[in-house]
Design a protein around this ligand. Structure first.
Ligand SMILES: [Mg+2]
Length: 261
């Protein structure tokens, strides 16, 4: 059994959005800005400035999202993470400055404080989905499990430690540590190798059809798509019979039970 991390086991995009809302409300208390507009402008600036950095090829290859670059430390091995560490503060401050300056003028000290505030707001929102811990706990005695996640080493490992999911000590492949992420086969194969399990015996659980489900199926694994909300996009391209759609992780146990003797 291999798990995706972001928005499968831990709350990622909703937590980033909530941290952005909180930071922009604070900005509106100290500057003459509309917080909703600022929120949109910060996400826009983050995306466009992240794409124009010389590090974008690596960031795309390992799946580091532009909003994650606003709180990542980029600690970890390799020259590429070193390049990101070298620009991380100037990048995140430029994003906040340009976004604010779409509405008003701002001094460098306020920019620095707001960019730091977003980091704190994001770190204060480290949360596993309520079904993650009980399901992993229930399966762990019988089922070998690993995690495969895209992203920077520090953000992904921080999510595991601050949600408490690290207590299960699951082998964890972080794309930023091996230099390549999903949907490439390498991180899947590395996790399978660490578990000593053949793809045909393994199940992948994730929330992305393109990054989790299709590559897992292509390797011969079974796959479960977690779609927690009724309006999540329906996976019309999934191979018949080899992928089930679930709405809570508790269904993983029901899926596995008849297959475990
Ligand atoms: Mg995910």
């Amino acid at each position: 059994m291999i798990w995706d991390l972001d928005d499968t086991l831990v709350v990622e995009r909703p937590a980033a959005e909530a941290a952005m809302v909180a930071t922009c409300r604070h900005a509106a208390a100290v500057l003459s800005v509309d917080p909703d507009q600022l929120e949109q402008d910060v996400f826009d600036e983050a995306k466009s400035q992240w794409s124009s950095l010389p590090t974008i090829e690596f960031a795309r290859r390992v799946g580091i999202a532009s909003w994650e670059a606003l709180w990542a430390t980029f600690e970890g091995p390799g020259e590429e993470l070193g390049d990101l560490r070298a620009v991380r503060l100037s990048h995140r401050q430029a994003v906040w400055r340009e976004a604010i300056e779409r509405q008003t003028t701002v001094d460098p000290h306020t920019v620095e404080k707001l960019s730091e505030r977003f980091v704190a707001e994001r770190i204060n929102r480290m949360e596993a989905y309520p079904d993650a811990e009980p399901v992993i706990s229930q399966l762990q005695p019988e089922v070998p499990m690993a995690i495969v996640t895209n992203g920077a080493p520090d953000t992904q490992r921080t999510k595991l430690s601050l949600t408490g999911l690290d207590r299960f000590s699951l082998p964890t492949v972080v794309a930023g540590e091996i230099g390549i992420g999903k949907p490439s086969p390498e991180p899947f194969l590395l996790a399978l190798d660490q578990l000593g399990v053949a793809p045909e015996q393994a199940v992948f659980v994730g929330d992305s059809v393109t990054r989790d489900i299709n590559p897992a199926l292509n390797l011969g694994m079974a796959a479960l798509l977690i779609a927690r909300h009724p309006d999540d996009p329906h996976p019309i391209t999934l191979s018949e019979g080899r992928c089930n759609v679930i709405s809570t992780l508790h269904e993983v146990h029901q899926y596995l039970s008849p297959r475990m003797d």
